[in-house]
Design a protein around this ligand. Structure first.
Ligand SMILES: Cc1cc2nc3c(=O)[nH]c(=O)nc-3n(C[C@H](O)[C@H](O)[C@H](O)COP(=O)(O)OP(=O)(O)OC[C@H]3O[C@@H](n4cnc5c(N)ncnc54)[C@H](O)[C@@H]3O)c2cc1C
Length: 470
């Protein structure tokens, strides 16, 4: 019998988790370790989307810059949130040990490089991260960055010696195996079509079975769909494309000696060396789903733009995954109403953040640990879903309810808007140089998308087993 069959019989459990990506599986693993009976319902297959198609870089932090985090929630809560993000990264390190997940291929260090000359900003960032947020970081001057990355595109850098990378596909399947070993039951090909979260025992309906559970955890990312469409509409779906080159031989060492992950401060490129002499590279983004193979030439051009000395590179494989971005850049971790939980919106930094979600939710349900409330100020904000309805009724139920004072929110929005404008200009320039069409960006916080936000978004595949990126 398959290890992860389709659910075809009714079931009564303590916790029902919807979605078997990084988030759902981490909740399941932690809850099962704490003694709960857990069923994970996955509409397709474990890790078919982003969770099985990422680059495996594990760093502290969130999609929201640390300065904006302080402006939003104040210094003390920002410090606690940052500390949680470091704990999330350490959780992944402990779980992704060679003993627990063989072949995980862990390697150390990540470098965040600046696309512009901004030495003074670097110093204040280093001070903040190093002194105020107790994160091990090193500032690299331009010469040091260019010694390791032979390109004039990058200036200063922040080196995170404690960041690391792992084999992403092995990790998600390893999590599933650990969760099963801890007692969680995982059912694939079992989409949740509706839920009734009222009452103490909640009801979950799938095509061939019904479940009852005291707690439901919604970890479906952008594909959640029918069970709570208004929640899906608080996420902007972004498809990210990635590739690995054919072996580049000695040419690669001539342009790059840095062995960890490289990201730029605008979130445009993200790459690292794999198998000794190949580049794994993630670059273009779209807000519609497309065949990843279509982007192979664009990724090759992007590599050449950054490392002209490499010359032509052959792309061996391409893939994609869809991430859910929130308007404020922070993940959605919390309780919507008694016994109904959400773990989504992890954006491009899903490894440490989904680990936080898994631990906080499981520990709140089973150990009354209430630290998830630190995420409460980040409301569920409509991200421009197709029907244009606001997730207003959920906002009121969101945790402790009270958001930061209106003044702080306004300042935060203003800063976020100007940061987004700068990033957008750089993204457009990067796309112009690489010859790719710029993706539609999310609107500044508080401003919705115009009508028909996804004009060329294709219909979902008829067969739920087929999808982008798999
Ligand atoms: C190219 C790329 C590179 C990335 N690189 C990194 C990186 O280096 N480091 C990092 O930290 N992050 C990275 N990310 C981001 C990271 O992969 C995501 O944030 C993370 O995987 C999101 O996990 P998830 O569990 O929320 O979502 P998903 O992986 O989408 O899982 C959700 C699951 O829920 C299921 N589901 C949805 N609705 C239902 C339903 N109604 N019934 C049953 N099942 C349902 C879906 O089928 C899906 O399997 C990258 C992403 C991409 C695309």
């Amino acid at each position: 019998m398959s290890e992860r069959p389709r659910l075809s019989f009714d079931l009564d459990v303590d916790i029902c988790v919807v979605g078997a990506g990084l988030a759902g599986l981490t909740v399941a693993l932690e809850a099962a370790r704490l003694g709960a009976s857990v069923a994970v319902l996955e509409g397709r297959r474990v890790g078919w989307n982003a969770s099985g198609h990422h680059l495996g870089t594990v760093m502290p932090g969130y999609g929201l810059a640390v300065g904006d985090l302080i402006a939003r929630v104040g210094f003390d809560d920002a410090r606690e949130l940052w500390s949680l993000s470091m704990q999330g990264a350490e959780y992944v390190r402990a779980t992704a040990s060679e003993e627990l997940i063989p072949g995980i291929a862990m390697s150390e260090g990540a470098l965040e490089v600046s696309n512009v000359e901004a030495g003074d900003q670097l110093i204040s960032r280093l001070q903040m991260l190093g002194e105020d947020f107790e994160t091990e970081v090193e500032g690299w001057q331009v010469d040091r960055v260019r010694e390791e990355l032979k390109t004039d595109r990058y200036f200063h850098g922040v080196y995170y010696p404690k960041a690391f990378q792992i084999d992403g596909r092995k990790y998600v399947h390893g999590l599933a195996a650990l969760a099963r070993r801890a007692g969680a039951r995982i059912f694939e090909d079992t989409p949740v079509v509706s839920i009734d979260p009222s009452g103490i025992r909640k009801r979950i309906v799938t095509p061939s079975a019904r479940l009852r559970a005291s707690h439901i955890v919604l970890a479906g990312n952008i594909h959640l769909g029918a069970p709570l469409r208004r929640l899906s509409e608080t996420l902007l779906p972004v498809w990210r494309y990635a590739a690995v080159t054919a072996p580049l031989g000695g040419r690669l060492a001539d342009v790059m000696t840095f062995q960890g992950s490289v990201t730029d401060t605008d979130g445009i490129d993200h790459f690292r060396i794999v198998d000794g002499d190949r580049l794994m590279w993630s670059s273009p983004e779209t807000t519609w789903s497309a065949r990843p193979q279509r982007f192979a030439p664009a990724i090759a051009r992007r590599i050449r733009t950054i490392f002209p000395r490499l010359g032509q590179v052959e792309i061996a494989e391409t893939w994609s995954g869809a991430v859910g971005e929130t308007v404020h850049g922070m993940p959605q971790i919390g309780q919507l109403r008694r016994g109904l939980w959400v773990a989504s919106g992890f954006g491009r930094q899903g490894l440490n953040t989904s680990a936080i979600a898994g631990q906080l939710i499981a520990r709140s349900i089973l150990r009354r640990d209430e630290r998830w409330r630190l995420f409460s100020p980040f409301e569920l904000v409509w991200a421009g879903g197709p029907t244009g309805r606001v997730a207003g009724h959920l906002v009121g139920m969101w945790g402790r309810g009270a958001s930061a004072a209106a003044g702080a929110l306004a300042r935060y929005r203003e800063k976020a808007q100007s940061r987004e404008r700068i990033r957008e200009a750089r993204l457009i320039e990067a796309n112009r140089q690489a010859g790719t069409r710029p993706p539609r960006r999310r609107p500044p916080p508080g401003r919705p998308y115009p009508e028909r936000p996804y004009p060329d978004r294709p219909r979902p595949p008829a067969n739920p087993g087929e999808g982008e990126g798999a």
